[in-house]
Design a protein around this ligand. Structure first.
Ligand SMILES: [Zn+2]
Length: 460
């Protein structure tokens, strides 16, 4: 069976010329804003889907947005540090609801765990977090990691000790029959144990529960996980690799499916009926479709433009030996891919199925959620987020303003965080980016934020 993480056979050699990733020094202390900030002059897209506001003024005091207006309506009071946003579009910080800080794009996960697990907490995860923040991503959900390191990194980011997006974490994914030595999954055995492990993770501080390979669990175990999570106000994300695990998840009441897969041409009638019933009578059903990742809509593009995999932006903050190791492995994998050849499905077939299934999900009334699987092979921190947005516009046919809302306010709503985040509104956290140009015309301008502010603190 075709490995889901392998880019298609046409992937060629990634540039072997290795330049040191410029470890962009972020002095967190230096960035703390002693004076309130005034962002003046740019076009504001606030994340709600409302029309842009020209000549905007955004006042930021401490970690929050103080006031919003225009240069005509809101004169800047004295004492503000003025930042011109002329020529820029000002947006809420981006959200990515499927990331893996523990990876760095290395294609061989077994090797990665064997070699780098001891460095996850102090080296790899902080570097991934910084890379994402520099790409304008100010909030992420990490879906599968060993619990202690990811919770420690979450705390260090929240306290301002290290730079990174606001982290929502699942810790280890719950499953059954998985490798007992794996650090990013926990096996459950029986409904009582499933409930107990769910409660333990929540007590330890996770924000979400993740389940993988749900078809291996009994219906009772699956239900026990979902009920234990919901009883403590947590939601459950589950892989949707197979139709069996989608059925299992819908029956148990999972909140958010992850990924679409292409083994079958579309969701069959009984799955469609289950989704329809759930949307009609149950709580919201979310689906983080990650259309770019896993050899799907982005694969052909990256195959012909592998330079993106080699960009120093994907390696900020990593020690040079690790950068060299990852780059060597990417080059070897892309070459091996070219030799192996003969994928079961053509890229066109894969793309058509992804689009068909996403259309089914949307027609049935489930809400697609913005996420990329960043960190996984082919999904690099410096580019995955804007590339997924670009695919939503070009391949899924969505309006750029709707996609931007999906990456901001809708994502915050899916996380239950929209009271404080997700849009540029008075009183909310000042998570703000500014990009050059007009993302409503060319959404890929999201790729290079000129300004990144998180909780009122300017990082870029
Ligand atoms: Zn993932």
């Amino acid at each position: 069976m075709r490995s889901p993480r392998v880019l298609p056979a046409v992937v060629v050699i990634v540039g072997l010329v290795v330049t040191a990733a410029p470890a962009q020094q972020i002095s967190v202390g230096r960035s703390s804003q002693s004076r309130p900030l005034a962002l003046i002059g740019g076009t504001l897209i606030d994340g709600t889907g409302n029309a842009p506001i020209r000549d905007s003024v955004v006042l930021i005091r401490g970690p929050r947005i103080e006031k919003i207006g225009t240069t005509a309506s809101l004169p800047v009071p004295g004492g503000y540090e003025v930042v011109s946003t002329e020529g820029l579009t000002v947006l809420p910080g981006l959200w990515d609801l499927h990331v893996h800080l523990m990876y760095a794009g290395h294609p061989d996960t077994r090797y990665w765990f064997d070699t780098y697990t001891p460095q996850f907490e102090r080296v790899i995860m902080p570097a991934s977090a910084e890379q994402l923040l520099m790409a304008g991503v100010t909030s992420v959900r990490d879906l599968a990691a060993p619990p202690q390191p990811i919770l420690a990194v979450k705390k260090r980011i929240a306290s301002g000790e290290i730079a990174g997006p606001t982290l929502y974490v699942a810790g280890p994914a719950l499953t059954k029959g998985g490798n007992p030595n794996a650090v990013q999954t926990w096996n459950v055995s029986g409904a009582a144990d499933a409930a107990e492990k769910t409660r333990q993770l929540i007590d330890d501080g996770v924000d979400w529960i993740k389940v993988v390979n749900a078809e291996a669990l009994t219906p009772e175990e699956m239900k026990a996980i979902v009920d234990a999570a919901h009883a403590r106000g947590r939601k459950v994300a589950a892989h949707a690799f197979s139709e069996a695990e989608i059925r299992q998840g819908l029956i148990a009441g999972v909140d958010d499916f992850q990924h679409v897969r292409t083994q079958t041409p579309e969701y069959p009638p009984d799955v469609v009926a289950l989704i329809r019933d759930r949307v009609r009578s149950g709580p919201p059903l979310y689906w983080t479709v990650t259309v770019g990742g896993n050899g799907q809509l982005n694969a052909a593009y990256l195959a012909s433009n592998p330079e993106f995999l080699d960009d120093p932006a994907n390696f900020i903050g990593l020690p040079q030996p690790i950068v060299d190791d990852v780059r060597k492995a990417i080059a070897a994998r892309t070459q091996a891919g070219a030799r192996r050849g003969g994928a079961a499905q053509s890229q066109d077939e894969i793309n058509a199925i992804v689009k068909r299934k996403v259309a089914q999900i949307r027609e049935l009334g489930a809400q697609i959620v913005f996420g990329t699987d960043v960190g996984s092979w082919g999904e690099v921190t410096g580019h995955a987020t804007w590339m997924e947005a670009d695919l939503w516009v070009r391949e899924l046919g969505m309006a750029p303003l709707t996609v931007i809302r999906g990456m901001t306010l809708d994502a915050a709503r899916a996380m239950g965080a929209d009271r404080d985040s997700g849009s540029i509104a008075e009183g909310k956290f000042a998570d703000v980016i500014a990009v050059r140009g007009d993302p409503l015309r060319h959404i890929d301008v999201l790729r290079e934020p000129r300004i990144v502010i998180k909780h009122g603190r300017r990082f870029k």
